[in-house]
Design a protein around this ligand. Sequence first.
Ligand code: DX5
Ligand code: ZN
Length: 219
Amino acid sequence: MNRIMIAPSILSCNFLILEKEIRDAEEAGADLFHIDVMDGHFVPNITIGPMFVEAIRKITSKPLDCHLMISNPSDFVKDFINAGADIITIHIEADTHIFRSVDVIKAAGIKAGVTLNPSTPLCSLENIIETIDLLLIMTVNPGFGGQSYITSMDKKIRDARQMIDSTGRHIDLEVDGGIKASNVKRVADAGADIVVMGTEFFHSGDYRKKVAEIMDILK
Ligand code: DX5
Ligand code: ZN
């Protein structure tokens, strides 16, 4: 198996020194950057949009993983493509015509991801799983960094792994919410390919040490 990839969520970084944060995280071994987009409607918080993605695109060649926690994501997918996203992930609960959005993302030559709130069952993916490039399992209710991992999501991650494997296709399994050194092993053992880390990474004070700690736990 390939080693697990770490996606720091910039939601928890110091925005006053965004460029330094991105460069330091990259040097420390970040594999991709997770960008949490919130609209104050789909989730009870507002964060950043395509302009931010465009700015970050200029200072890193690492993949930009845009997690759209917004209503009607299809209205904004093209803006994120044009801003330089490498992965665009939309919530199945937010898009009435998700095949259409996935088609637009894939036609742009980038990865199309789909994600589920913790309470949304995996069976809602039945008709779309064969079409997507990435499945993101939320292990907190989306909206804020720094929440606690919902432990009952272990089984959902395992089931998602099985669902992906049964397709015979390469689909990345990403897990997001409350992941720390203390629980990363259970997430990896359940079958994750990519772990998102916001608070644990950016509030650690030493990014290099944090990556080494995680890799040591997972070796
Ligand atoms: C939650 C976001 C997460 C969040 C993760 O709505 O989707 O990506 O930034 O932050 P931590 O790792 O602090 O839970
Ligand atoms: Zn996220």
